[in-house]
Write a protein that binds this ligand. Structure first.
Ligand SMILES: [Zn+2]
Length: 170
């Protein structure tokens, strides 16, 4: 009989993880990472993070949703983080579907209509820039000077910072 995934991760934690947990609640690097829930992204391995180093907030697409910015507000005001890294990636499911596609699929699968704002996007670069701007504009954060956006290229295993093209000087 196949083991449930939850049983498997509980067993993994007993074998490998318990005892490594950091003792300090405030992230040592004063960093919060907002990224996608995509199972292919191993955030800790990719960024070299160890337990206790950073907050990692994940959702579908790594979008600056209402819930994500609420987490960031808590992260900064209560737990002392100062920098926000937004980490999107290539081949993201949220870039392959439209809002209405997703609503339709969920309705078909469940028999219930469910039309939330899912955070779908047409262009991954635009999505990163939009999330950087949204977080920089969010007044619930006291530290908005170090909000930076990146795209992780899964195929190339490369991390690229996305910057808004600077206005040409005249
Ligand atoms: Zn994704």
């Amino acid at each position: 009989m196949a083991m449930d995934a939850i049983d498997q991760v509980v067993m993994n934690s007993r074998l490998h993880y318990l005892g490594m947990a950091a003792r300090v609640i405030e992230p040592l690097m004063k960093l919060a990472v907002l990224t996608c829930m995509d199972a292919r992204i191993d955030v800790a391995a990719l960024l070299g993070l160890r337990p206790g180093d950073a907050h990692v907030i994940r959702n579908a697409g790594g979008r600056a949703s209402v819930d994500a910015v609420r987490c960031l507000a808590i992260s900064q005001a209560i737990l002392g983080t100062r920098e926000v890294m937004i980490l999107h990636h290539t081949d993201c499911a949220m870039g392959r579907f439209t809002e209405s596609d997703l609503a339709q699929r969920i309705a078909t699968a469940t028999g219930h209509s469910f039309a939330e704002g899912f955070g779908c996007f047409a262009d991954p670069i635009d999505a990163v820039l939009e999330d950087v701007e949204r977080i920089r504009a969010f007044e619930g954060l006291s530290h908005r000077d170090k909000v930076r956006g990146f795209v992780y290229d899964l195929a190339g295993n490369a991390l690229t910072e996305i910057r808004r093209p600077s206005t040409p000087r005249h």
